[in-house]
Design a protein around this ligand. Structure first.
Ligand code: B12
Ligand code: SF4
Length: 483
């Protein structure tokens, strides 16, 4: 019997003025729950997500498993050192460990590179036999076939707005230079899917109606997508996900997704500049008609969370105004702006470092809000203030109203307005709901807001008056971004 503590350390942001409780109460730690599924029936497991539960280091489990993203790395190392000083075996893995194994290794008894579905069960076998290796590297033979069911029983659903997050694929078929993907999946397949019947079975196991697919690219494999959406038709689900510009324009997969319940999509527009797209190897966006993307999604009643990156080499002082104007004119519901961030391990990082343009290696600042490299045509100050300006401008009342008016029906306009406004304007109310541990009570509201607004059954799902009476603004339940 092994006693295992799985930890998702709090990102440094938890103590910063940018901390937004609702953002970190969105999704449970799915990666850790996936790993926990490999334990035996007699093993004891606990998952501690430090964003929603205070972490005590007073215990002495047999094994501590820590997941590291870039901005929680410092905290993760402190926790790892703490447990190792007590003689507890510490395993470290995740994206940041994969990018910088030499940095992580001194804090761990074993480190894991790449996805854990093959390496973690191997490690558990070695650990029980008392001969664990120092490094486990995921290489050939990656598959999602016959995965044991994700240990959702270890997740306290009450603490999350979106307990039903799910991933049915891994990686992505594209190769953008700034993305974590190629480094993380190096040495083996970088895009693969579950079997459709396994994915459908997992969906069936999830209570309620709402799902959030955290897949990098839900439309990345046409045949898989067709079968998945076909299987989901009639399930009565409402879901959100992410996909690329080209996949929305190609064929009819997006119509099939909408028919299966897709209601909001994260779309990586990233930049309006062809030179930037070419420079970051985002070829799938080159020459694509972005306006046609927004029209097609709006025609299907799918709300758009547009992702935009500032600070690429072709960006000058006008980029902020141009991007925000475009997003408003094209009815983007919510926008996620990022300052370009070269994550270690990516081709962007290698190129920027080789040019001597990395300004800091303080990973705490690699949160897409700080400038960590020397931009080409902007000063760092102009980039940071332009980024702040873009958020302010996009979420001004007048901008939200203007963007809403781009939709054909009054109901769609109203829904857009409430959604976008609430996400940025009613934050304190979210905090109250979280403190009162009432997130679960919000699920029906979220499901209501995500119901259909176009075509047959055109309606606002939850009447505005009901929401106001309950003191809950409909837009507050937007789940705006994968990041
Ligand atoms: C959900 C999510 C979030 C959630 C996290 C909630 C949660 N409880 O997990 C929230 C919204 C909080 C979030 C925030 C951020 N995120 Co985020 N997020 C994601 C997302 C979309 C999905 C993660 C996920 O669940 N994947 C599915 C599970 C199954 O995979 P997994 O978590 O990677 O776990 C597997 C492996 O990593 C491995 N593993 C992990 N840990 C360990 C440990 C051991 C011991 C072992 C054996 C294996 C192992 O095994 C698991 C199974 O294979 C990813 C994109 C992605 N595709 O991963 C981005 C991603 C992780 N996020 C990223 C970033 C940059 C951020 C932000 C910094 C950005 C921002 N501006 O908001 C913030 C952090 C804010 C801050 N200031 O610090 C980057 C990370 C880049 C990097 N190099 O670290 C990613 C990759 C997005 C991207 N494309 O760039 N994020
Ligand atoms: S399309 Fe998105 S997930 Fe895929 S490689 Fe590019 S940035 Fe990464």
């Amino acid at each position: 019997m092994v006693r295992v503590k799985f930890i998702l350390p709090a990102l440094t942001e938890a103590t910063s003025p940018y901390w937004r409780p609702i953002k970190y109460s969105l999704f449970p730690p799915l990666g850790l729950a996936t790993l926990a599924a490999y334990l035996g029936p007699d093993d004891e497991a606990r998952i501690v997500d430090e964003h929603v539960i205070p972490l005590s280091g007073d215990d002495e489990p047999d094994l501590v498993v820590i997941q590291i993203y870039i901005t929680n790395a410092k905290r993760a190392y402190r926790l790892a050192d703490h447990y190792r000083a007590k003689g507890v075996f510490v395993a470290l893995g995740g994206l940041h460990v994969t990018s910088l194994p030499d940095e992580a290794a001194p804090h761990a008894d074993a480190i894991f590179l790449g996805p854990g579905e093959q390496t973690f069960p191997q490690f558990l076998q070695d650990f029980r036999a008392r001969r664990p290796a120092r490094v486990y590297r995921s290489t050939a033979g990656r598959t999602l076939d016959r995965l044991p069911p994700v240990r959702r029983d270890l997740i306290d659903r009450r603490r999350y707005l979106v307990p039903n997050s799910i991933v049915v694929t891994r990686g992505c078929p594209q190769h953008c230079d700034f993305c974590y993907k190629d480094a993380f999946f190096a040495g083996g397949k970088s895009f693969y899917t579950q079997r459709v019947d396994d994915a459908l079975a997992e969906i069936e196991r999830l209570p309620g109606r709402h799902l959030y697919f955290l897949d990098d690219h839900l439309l990345g494999d046409r045949r898989f997508g067709e079968a998945l959406f076909e299987g989901m038709r009639g399930m009565g689900r409402l879901f959100q996900g992410a996909a690329t510009v080209d996949s929305i324009l190609r064929g009819d997969l997006i119509e099939r997704a909408a028919a299966a319940g897709l209601r909001s999509l994260f779309v990586g527009f990233e930049t309006l500049s062809p030179a930037n797209l070419a420079g970051s190897n985002k070829r799938q966006n080159l020459g694509r008609d972005y306006a046609a993307v927004t029209e097609r999604l709006h025609g299907l009643g799918v709300m758009i969370n547009g992702s935009f990156v500032f600070g690429m080499d072709d960006d000058d002082g006008d980029v902020f105004r141009r991007t925000v104007d475009w997003a408003i004119a094209h009815g983007i519901t919510t926008a996620t702006f990022h300052i370009q961030t070269p994550y270690p391990g990516t081709r962007l990082f290698a190129r920027t470092a080789a040019a001597g343009r990395i300004l800091t290696r303080d990973w705490d600042l690699y949160d897409t809000r700080h400038v960590v490299y020397q931009p080409a045509r902007l000063t760092s100050e102009a980039l940071e203030s332009g980024y702040d300006w873009a958020y302010r401008e996009f979420y001004r009342w007048s901008s939200i109203a203007q963007a809403s008016l781009s939709h054909g029906s009054i109901k769609h306009q109203a829904k857009h307005f409430f959604y976008a406004a609430g996400w940025k304007k009613f934050e304190p109310l979210w905090d109250v709901v979280i403190r009162a541990k009432q997130l679960r009570a919000m699920t029906p509201v979220l499901e209501g807001v995500l119901s259909k607004v176009t075509a047959k059954g055109d309606r606002l799902p939850v009447s505005t008056s009901t929401l106001v009476a309950e003191n809950i603004h409909p837009s507050q339940v937007e789940v705006p971004s994968r990041l």
